[in-house]
Design a protein around this ligand. Structure first.
Ligand code: NAD
Length: 296
């Protein structure tokens, strides 16, 4: 069992840290929110007065922060953790951030003798609670192997995507494709409904035909076609529009940096930005279905 420091105890980080405690690790947690800290300490973690204190003596440091600017500030900003983490320790940053920031933080830590992997996740809050997240990892093979015993306490599927930053690239590719599939599935279902089809019947037909895909088959965006999905619960729970819009922004940054052509991703980003701006940011991303409702 390892001495672990965990920074960032929000919707995702909180349950991930609790799973590390449950696995028997000694976990010291820190967050700017006192309540977020209390929620994890109640499960057996210890805490510290600052992130700098929390990482003292830690063999593994896990962070789950909102965006690249937070990750950079915490590790390589003023009095950054790079100056407080033991040489030879391993940093696992699971935040979804831009590739350039992940590479800059990783390079600076590595030069200071600290191992680093970018390890964004897929699986949402439910996956974080259940310990079934998928980790997409960028970094050296050695660092990936070193991280495995800790990652397996928080997730089910571990992928080594490639070098530093590759985890973040894999994450934005996946979420860009997911958004395109969700938009396509939504407009196809609305087209069928506008022409008199029962969305259940149409979903069944397309699921067993060449239009089959995850958003249609297991996360149907049309209310009451499926039980237990956000569309049948007024689009509550699940993966928020605001977070999809954030990830699509990162996908576009990645596309621009590599001069890649991503027309479908660009359109999906615009649609999700528009949907968020219309006050739907807190709803599940399948609510994009309503944008194509002719009667709205
Ligand atoms: P969140 O906003 O709930 O949590 C972020 C936490 O970081 C907050 O508790 C905040 O107080 C803390 N924090 C911010 N700056 C800090 C600092 N300097 N020091 C210590 N703590 C600090 O966000 P979340 O939903 O847990 O998401 C975290 C990351 O995971 C994001 O990058 C997000 O894109 C990604 N992600 C989220 C989901 C999801 O479904 N929520 C799914 C996959 C990936």
């Amino acid at each position: 069992m390892a001495n672990i420091a965990f920074i960032g105890l929000g919707n995702m980080g909180g349950p991930m840290a609790i799973n590390l405690v449950k696995a028997g690790h000694s976990v010291c947690v820190y967050d700017l929110s006192a309540q977020a800290v209390i929620d994890v300490v109640e499960h057996g973690a210890s805490t510290a007065t600052s992130a700098q204190e929390a990482v003292k003596g830690a063999e593994v440091i896990v962070s789950m922060l909102p965006a690249g600017k937070h990750v950079k500030a915490v590790y390589i900003g003023e009095d950054g953790l790079v100056n407080h983490i033991n040489k030879g320790a391993l940093v696992i940053d699971s935040s979804t951030i831009d590739v350039a920031s992940a590479q800059e933080v990783g390079k600076t830590l590595t030069e200071a003798g600290i191992d680093f992997i970018d390890a964004p996740v897929s699986g949402g809050v439910g996956g974080a609670q259940a310990g079934t997240l998928s980790f997409m990892v960028g970094g050296t093979k050695e660092a990936f192997e070193k991280a495995k015993p800790v990652l397996t306490n928080m997730g089910k599927n571990l992928f080594h995507a490639g070098d530093l930053g590759a985890g973040q690239v894999a994450k934005v590719c996946n979420n860009m494709l997911l958004s395109v599939l969700m938009v396509g599935t939504s407009e196809a279902l609305q087209l069928g409904i506008a022409n008199g089809l029962d969305p259940k019947v149409l979903s069944d037909i397309m699921s067993k035909s060449s239009g089959s895909n995850w958003t249609l088959d297991v996360y149907n965006p049309c209310p009451d076609v499926m039980e237990g999905v956000p569309s049948s619960n007024d689009y509550n729970g699940g993966f928020m529009v605001d977070l999809m819009a954030k990830d699509l922004g990162l996908a576009m940054d990645t596309a621009v940096a590599s001069q890649s052509s991503t027309p479908m991703g660009a359109l999906a980003r615009s649609l999700y930005a528009m949907h968020a701006a219309s006050g739907q940011g807190g709803k599940d991303f399948s609510s994009i279905f309503n944008v194509f409702n002719k009667n709205n």
